[in-house]
Design a protein around this ligand. Sequence first.
Ligand code: AHR
Length: 495
Amino acid sequence: AQKDASIRIYPEQGNQQISKHIYGQFAEHLGTCIYGGLWVGPESEIPNTQGYRNDVLNALKELKIPNLRWPGGCFADEYHWMDGIGPKENRPKMVNNNWGGTIEDNSFGTHEFLNLCELLGCEPYISANVGSGTVEEMAKWVEYMTSEGDSPMARLRRQNGRDKAWKVKFIGVGNESWGCGGSMRPEYYADLYRRYSTYCRNYDGNRLFKIASGASDYDYNWTETLMKNVGGRMDGISLHYYTVTGWNGSKGSATDFNKDDYYWTMGKCLEIEDVVRKHIQIMDKYDPQKKIGLMVDEWGTWWDEEPGTINGHLYQQNTMRDAFVAALTLNVFHKYTDRVRMTNIAQIVNVLQSMILTNGPKMLLTPTYYVFQMYNVHQDATFLPMDLICDKAKVRGGREVPMVSASASKDKNGRIHISLANVDVDNAQSITLDLQGQKIGSVKGRILTSASINDHNTFEKPDAVKPATFDGAKIEKGQLKIDLPAKSIVVLEVK
Ligand code: AHR
C-alpha cells in the first residue's frame, strides 16, 4: 500500500552549520575493535600499512571521519598511557578488567593512535583517565602529545621516534565518572574536573577543547550540577544514550527480531530527541549564549553479543534496523546543531553498532556504514528548517513513531541534500516536497533498502545489503514527487 506525506523545506532560512563532528567515531580497547579490527601489526599476513589493515583503512577513508575518540569508554579510566609508548617489547601487559579480562599488551598506544588519525585525516579525541589516574599523568600526556619545545615529555616523544608534536584538539576529562569511571557523585566529579583540567595546558599553538564527563541518558541532575559548578571551565559536556532494552538480562538478538521489536527500537532511538532537548534546556539556563557544546560521545544500538563470540567483547551483527537507528538519530542531531557540536557512534569496528565487522582476514561493511557514507554530504553544511507531515504509529513502550524522518542541508556549493527514511515496513510513501520556489535543475539520489528489516551482511554474503541508485524522485511543477519504498533510506541531491 501507499501513504501520502508532505515536506516543506526553507532553503533561505538556514542559519546554523551542521558540525562535521556530529559524524564522529569511537574506538575503544574492547574486544576486537583495535586488535584485529583496526590494527594487525606490521608483521601480520593481513595486508596492512604500518600495522593498520588496508581494507579497513580504505573503507574508513570513504566515510570522511571528522574525529575519532580513543582509548575508551570504560577502558580509558584504567589506561595508563606511559605503558603504551616506547619499544613494544618493553611495554607492560595489563588485564582489560572492563571487557572480558582480556590481556592487553599495549602494542597499540599513543603513537599508533595519533598516526592513525593522521592517516584518516581526522581529529583525535583523547579520553583521559580521571578514575584511576593522576593529575600529573594527564598533564604529562598532554605535554607528550602537543609540546613542541624542549620540555621533558617532548624530549621523550622524540626519543620514541616522533619529532613534531601532534595537534590534539579534543580531550575528555574522564568517562562515565558516575559509573565505570569512578562511581562519583556529580559534585565531587565537578571539583575533580576543575582540578584535572587546570593542568591540561595549551602548548605551542595547540588549543585544547576540554570535554567534561557528562550524564547517562535521563540523569538531568548530573548536567545541572556540572553546569552550575563547572560552567565555562568546560568547552563541552558529554551525554551517553544507547538504544538498548535495559541493562539487566538479554538485550535481544541483533538479527532475530520481529516487526514489533523493530518499531520499539525506532521509538527508543527517537526518544534521544526528548533527552537531548531536556539537557539543552538545563544548559540554556546557565549558558544562554550556547558556548558550551553538548557532545553525545556515545550512542547507538546495544544488542546481545553474537552467539559463540567472547563474553564481554560486545561483538554484534548489524541489520537494516540498525541502519534506521543511525539515519533517524543523525536526522535528530542535525536539528540541535547550535548546541550538539559532536557525537560519536559506538563503535567503529567490531563493537556494538559498528561500521565494519572483521573476521580474520575477512571484512564486511554494515548497513550502518552505508548510512554514514550516504549522509556525509551533510558535514559542515547549513541546516535547513523543514515542516514534515506524515502518518504516526503507536508502538510498544507507549511511544509514537512518525513513519517518515527527514533532514536537509545546503552545502558550500549551493547543493541541497535531503536525507529521508521511510520507517514503515509495509507501506511506501508518496512524498510531495516543496522547496519554496527554489529552482530545481536536477535531482539524483541513492537508496539503502532490503527485502527484510532483518537483512544484514555476512562474511559469506558481504554485499547482501548495500546502496543503489535511486530514481524515485521526479521534478513536477517546481516541486519534487518522491516515491519512497517501504523500509528505505534515501539521500537526494538537488541542484
Ligand atoms: O561503548 C561501550 C561502553 O559503554 C563504554 O566503554 C562505556 O563508556 C559505556 O558504558
